[in-house]
Design a protein around this ligand. Structure first.
Ligand code: ADP
Length: 162
């Protein structure tokens, strides 16, 4: 069985991520979507909220399993016997960061291949940070994220008001 892992912060999950997940799920027998705790970034949503949004959004894709970790992705990949780490590339700006990440992963373990999928053209402008910005300025995000994400944003806004 050829397994792969798609890690990310998913703060929150977007239709850009889902596009990559659907495409990667066709390339591998099993795809683990791994929500990373990510100590380098202060997330807007908690790990539990991010994990829940990812799980709800992907529940209908049979060969996808959602997990969470605070470990090194290469170590998680090894534990799961995954042969590849999938990442998405939007623009040249992503390339530099992803290239460095790939080189680091290769240094740690060169048996795990990095697989990069190009963002679909109509999704290439979607990022978790632009979604947060759009929402804060009342721009309609319903076409860019799954419904659970809109619900969670609204819930958070209500909680912050109380
Ligand atoms: P990280 O904090 O690890 O970069 P993200 O959740 O921001 O996590 O992104 C996870 C992966 O998905 C990254 O490889 C990122 O480049 C990719 N990605 C994010 N948005 C899109 C999109 N709209 N289209 C394609 N790939 C994307």
């Amino acid at each position: 069985m050829r397994k792969a892992i798609y890690p990310g912060s998913f703060d929150p999950i977007t239709k850009g991520h889902i596009d990559i997940i659907l495409r990667a799920s066709k390339l591998f027998d099993k795809l683990y979507v791994c929500v990373a705790k990510n100590l380098n970034k202060t997330p807007y949503f908690t790990l539990e909220e991010r994990l829940n949004m990812v799980k709800v959004s992907l529940k209908d894709i049979p060969n996808v399993e959602v997990i969470a970790t605070d470990k090194l992705i290469v170590s998680v990949a090894k534990e799961l016997n995954a042969i590849a780490i999938v990442r998405g590339l939007r623009a040249v700006t992503d390339f530099e960061y992803e290239f460095q990440l790939a080189a680091g992963n290769e240094y740690i373990d060169n048996n795990i291949e990095m697989v990069f999928l190009m963002a679909s053209l109509n999704k290439s402008f979607i990022s978790s940070s632009s979604i947060k910005e759009f929402y804060s300025y009342n721009v309609d995000i319903t076409k860019l994220v799954p419904p659970i994400v809109v619900e969670e944003f609204n819930k958070k806004k209500l909680n912050n008001k109380n």
